[in-house]
Design a protein around this ligand. Structure first.
Ligand code: NDP
Length: 362
């Protein structure tokens, strides 16, 4: 079950004197919440509560930025692999500043920037209380957007490139949905690890601009869905056939990607943006023995130790700090604009072209 770590200050039943003390130290938190599943712009509502001082292992944080990820939209809609217990505060990652620490907290201090690493902890709120062990300190030279988005998309790209095929420098990776935040992370990690990336995107009026932007991140090739069907890139041996493919979309787009995989190649499905099922040509299995795998970062995180996760985040933080890993193309909006953002993101046509994050700094 998804869990939410909203530690609300219940004043009920407290002796009057104590209640007054707590109130004097409390901080107002404004947050988004759902009481029922449904379309986000209809079921999300803005609420307020007072948060008390953090106790023992707890820390009080002020949120700085939190992304609106597709998975969170799907959770609110009730179309995800796990159901939240209601009421539910959405948001699965963020960057925040520590305002106050409980007496037993050792890993962070007041003024540090942190990221929560507990998954769906409810980050669409101005202030929160987390447990000290469930956060990681962010290095000074990592920007807020990179930090706020590290645990989901870069982590997914990192694991999918490391855990399915033993890739060597010069090997090729192919992916659809290449302009997604995960896709941009794949492109950048491929560049850092000397892998070639062939990137498939949907056609659009400003396609040349999008191709140039992905190439500036390090993409070897960027092709539209139409171009990938007929490309001679691999037959001409200009680029070796990909040993590994990533599927963010499903449907025909996934079929187009799998057709180019090398013999015994692996297609990893991690997203289903078109909401269409995979169609696998018999020939992909008979003649090329292609394997089909799946990846879910939440499951990976549950099945791996804090040390393993920390090691990955540290590697990613280093790349971010050294300028080798740019944040996704993004737009920052105030929490108050949540309804407009939800309507925009629910549009099945997509083509939004940027990750939207709540900005709590203004
Ligand atoms: P972004 O919001 O950054 O990007 C969305 C992508 O989906 C864009 O490339 C967009 O392309 C494409 N898209 C949107 N609608 C459609 C459509 N109808 N048909 C085809 N493509 C479409 O998303 P993220 O990078 O945050 O996430 C991408 C996907 O990966 C999501 O499904 C998300 O849930 C999943 N994900 C899964 C993880 C896992 O562990 N399994 C972890 C992280 C993400 P366009 O510009 O053409 O609209």
């Amino acid at each position: 079950m998804l869990y939410q770590k909203l530690i609300l200050s219940s004043k009920i039943g407290l002796p009057k004197l104590m209640s007054l003390n707590i109130r004097a130290m409390s901080v107002k938190s404004t947050f988004l919440q759902i009481d029922e599943l449904g379309e986000p712009h209809k079921v999300l509502k803005k609420c307020e509560t007072q948060l008390d001082s953090p106790k023992d292992n707890e820390i009080l944080v002020k949120m700085l930025a939190a992304p609106i990820n597709p998975a969170v939209i799907n959770i609110i809609q009730g179309k995800y692999g796990e159901s939240p217990s209601l009421p539910f505060i959405p948001g699965n990652e963020a960057v925040a500043e520590v305002l106050k620490c409980g007496q037993n907290v050792k890993n962070v201090q007041i003024g540090d920037r942190i990221i929560p690493i507990g998954g769906h902890v409810g980050t669409w709120r101005t202030h929160a209380i987390f447990t000290g062990q469930d956060v990681l300190k962010v290095p000074d030279n990592v920007d807020n957007v990179n930090a706020a988005t590290i645990t989901v998309n870069p982590a997914t790209a990192f694991r999918m490139l490391r855990d399915f095929v033993d890739l060597k420098p010069g090997d090729t990776v192919i992916q659809n949905g290449a302009n997604s935040a995960v896709g941009q992370a794949v492109i950048q990690l491929c560049k850092v690890w000397n892998l070639q990336s062939v990137n498939v995107v949907r056609n659009r009026p400003n396609i040349d601009e999008l191709k140039a932007q992905l190439k500036s991140l390090g993409a070897t090739e960027v092709l539209t869905e139409e171009e990938i069907r007929t490309t001679a890139l691999f037959k001409s041996k200009q680029i070796p056939s990909p040993k590994l493919g990533f599927n963010c979309v499903g449907g025909k787009s996934a079929t187009n990607v799998m057709r180019h995989l090398a013999s015994k190649g692996i297609l990893v499905t991690y997203g289903a943006m078109s909401r269409e099922p995979l169609t696998i040509p018999n020939s992909a299995l008979i003649f090329k023995d292609i394997s089909f795998r799946g990846f879910w970062v939440s499951k990976w995180s549950k099945e791996h130790t804090l040390e393993e996760r920390q090691q990955m985040y540290n590697e990613l933080f280093e790349l971010m700090a050294s300028g080798k890993f740019a944040p996704p193309v993004h737009r920052l909006i105030p929490l108050d604009e949540y309804k407009e953002a939800m309507i925009e993101l629910a549009d099945v046509k997509g083509m939004i072209g940027e990750k939207i994050l709540f900005d709590f700094t203004k």
